[in-house]
Design a protein. Sequence first.
Length: 299
Amino acid sequence: MPLSIAQSNTVPLRSVTQILAAMLCFALVDALAKSLSLRYPANEVTFFRMIFGLFPAFAMSLQSSKPLMQRLMNLDIKAQTLRAITLLCALGLFFAGLPYVPLSEAVAIVYSETIFVIVLAPLLLKETLRRRDAGAAAIGFMGVLLVVRPTSDQTSWLGPVLLILSAIFGALSILQIKRLRASDDSSVTVLYFTMIGAIVSGFSLMFAWKTPTLDSLAILALVGVLAGTGQLLMTMAFRRADASALAPYNYTSIVWAAIFGYVAWGETVGAVSLAGILLIVGSSIMVAIRRKQADGPIV
């Protein structure tokens, strides 16, 4: 998640490199998670992603000179817990929907969380719905419909519905970030989310569990480490650059997803799906640019 945002309009090359590397890490996580979700329950994949993600999250939280326990005790626990639960739901639903939808389309659908933020912010945060944001949301929803392409076949709905729910919970977690205290340490926020996620998903193993092979366990560990590394790289990138300036680079993960989907499963992106993906990405970038112009730099 973003930390401090630089005031300069120039995007440092280091930040661009870091955000691109982060997106590659996240795309690898998505591809590996899809291969695992075809064999193991989504809650189990989520659990191992959290357990092994604790290591890079813990390393990230040690970068500050202040004692870790002190920073944990100073967190707004109620707000942080609600944010962690909504983000955990988003992650679990994403893993659950991956087996049913081509990887690039799944990633694109989840990126529509920006659209749901526009819709939900006036309801939950009493923010004003600006006309341009409403227009961008409408364009984004058109893109989602093109990617999902509703049909009368009920079996084709399961994956898209799970992924859209994932995007909604992702939007709720983004809105909850705005309710966190400004003094809450961002790296400790990541660690707290990972700890809560490990605990909650650990309890879910009572309902669905399949003992992983050693090879699968190694992949599960890699998922957690890559996810944590991607989060660390993203955090470092946002320390030196404006989040809206880096927004276009976030969507390179869709390109990687298309490549990995084609190599691993022979998935191809049709013209209609591609048009939908471009609408989702374009509307999200429009919102990021518009908010930067309207609100100015955030420190």
